[in-house]
Design a protein around this ligand. Structure first.
Ligand code: CTP
Length: 400
């Protein structure tokens, strides 16, 4: 859930600041990019050097950089962050943020941010219980901020009670669960196909195509980012998924791809078939390398099963089935015919006639046509952005 996220970690002056080092490590390990912003007082508890080394990023503490005469742009930082976590959050910083004070960089970043802000308070039990702190925490929550409540236990003062900052592992688990629950495709299982298939002719040759798998991998990544539980069935492809939680099944032939889809189809609520499946396979596969003949070579082929049509014929209520149509002529008419014949919810049309669209490229230009024949044409975009458009259509049509 934290993979690829931009995180501002705010560290305040509290003995619990030693736990921030582990928190940074866990955020980085989970794939987040971390920018630490410390209040001036926090540097008395843990050195910026420790946190900058762990976060692989210089730590920010001041508005101004005296050496260069520049300033740290709190507005940019606030907008860069996907979320802010203030851990430890001291009583002082809670009070300032509840009242809109901006006397240091961290408070200014907070006030400039539009993203979710989490607080993991840490203080002595009487400070936490004080009506002013209670009120400040409630005020911050009323602004939409999220409190990760302090735990009960031994405190730095020697007293025992509520006020210990949640452990870094607990904070990570809280953040992951909270982000996941807000995603539009959480708990949705998705099945995606990508890449070409190879149909063997003999031990060294095959019938295949130029598909790179880029589009399907981008769709799988985007679905996973939106919270879906993704199974990606890929033909031979050099692509690597960015999202670690994607379950990848490697196949070579159309028959293997069909079998993998059969196994995962019933459980999947969303199925996006973007693979360029070979329509034909040799009737027999020569066991030895076929030798050259003067007279030329004829290979007898048979049709492979149309996986998408098979899924369309067996689709159950509430399942969303999406196919692709790569066309060179009569594009829309052909795409609509495929949409109907294969019982799809929508089809993604790309034309080889459009520059920058189709196989191998990093870009694509698509038109989406749905069951009501509503048509949306998009500009030429990166395949990542095309995947976003496709997934937004999925979100619009999915029945929860
Ligand atoms: N498809 C499939 N199994 C096949 C052939 C195609 O699942 N054996 C799927 C593709 O993944 C794609 C859609 O069907 O989502 C359309 O593929 P395309 O090659 O454009 O069309 P075909 O149905 O194969 O028809 P034609 O090649 O005649 O255009």
């Amino acid at each position: 859930m934290l993979e690829g996220k931009n995180v501002v970690l705010g560290v305040c002056g509290s003995i619990a600041a030693y736990k921030s080092a582990l928190l940074v490590r866990l955020l980085i390990k989970a794939g987040a990019r971390v920018q630490v912003v410390m209040t001036p007082d926090a540097t008395n508890f843990i050195t910026p050097l420790t946190l900058s080394t762990l976060s692989k990023n210089p730590v920010l503490t001041d508005y101004f950089i005296p050496e260069t005469g520049e300033w740290n742009n709190h507005v940019e930082l606030g907008l860069w962050a996907d979320f802010i976590i203030i851990a430890p959050a001291s009583a002082n910083t809670l009070a300032k943020m509840a009242n809109g004070l901006t006397d240091n960089l961290l408070t200014a970043v907070y006030l400039s941010a539009k993203c979710p802000v989490y607080f993991a308070p840490a203080m002595d039990l009487d400070m936490w219980k004080h009506p002013s702190t209670t009120e400040n925490a409630a005020t911050l929550q009323s602004f939409g901020n999220i409190m990760i409540a302090p735990r009960n236990g031994e405190l730095a003062s020697g007293l025992h009670g509520e006020g210990r900052m949640a452990e870094p592992e607990e904070i990570i688990a809280f953040l992951s669960a909270d982000i996941k629950k807000k995603l539009p495709l959480t708990d949705i299982k998705a099945l995606v196909t990508a890449g070409p298939t190879y149909e063997a002719i003999d031990p060294v040759r095959f019938i295949g195509n130029h598909s790179s798998g880029k589009m399907g991998f981008a769709i799988a990544d985007e679905l996973a980012l939106l919270g879906a539980d993704v199974t990606l069935v890929s033909g031979p492809s050099a692509q690597v998924s960015k999202q670690r939680l994607i379950k990848r099944i490697d196949v070579t032939t159309a028959a293997e791809m069909l079998e993998a889809c059969r196994q995962h189809f019933t459980m999947a609520k969303v199925c996006i078939m973007s693979a360029a499946v070979s329509d034909y396979a040799p009737v027999t596969i020569a066991t030895q390398k076929i030798k050259k003949h003067e007279a030329g070579l004829t290979i007898e082929t048979k049709k492979t099963t149309d996986i998408l049509k098979f899924l369309g014929d067996n689709k159950h209520d509430g399942q969303l089935l999406v196919g692709f149509a790569l066309e060179t002529d009569n594009e829309e008419a052909n795409a609509i015919e495929k949409l109907k014949k294969k019982n799809l919810d929508f089809i993604v049309l790309n034309s080889l006639g459009d520059a920058g669209a189709g196989f191998k490229t990093d870009t694509n230009k698509i038109t989406i046509i749905d069951r009501d024949l509503q048509k949306t044409t998009f500009d030429l975009k990166s395949k990542e952005d095309v995947a976003k458009d496709i997934c937004q259509k999925v979100i619009a049509l999915i029945k929860r």
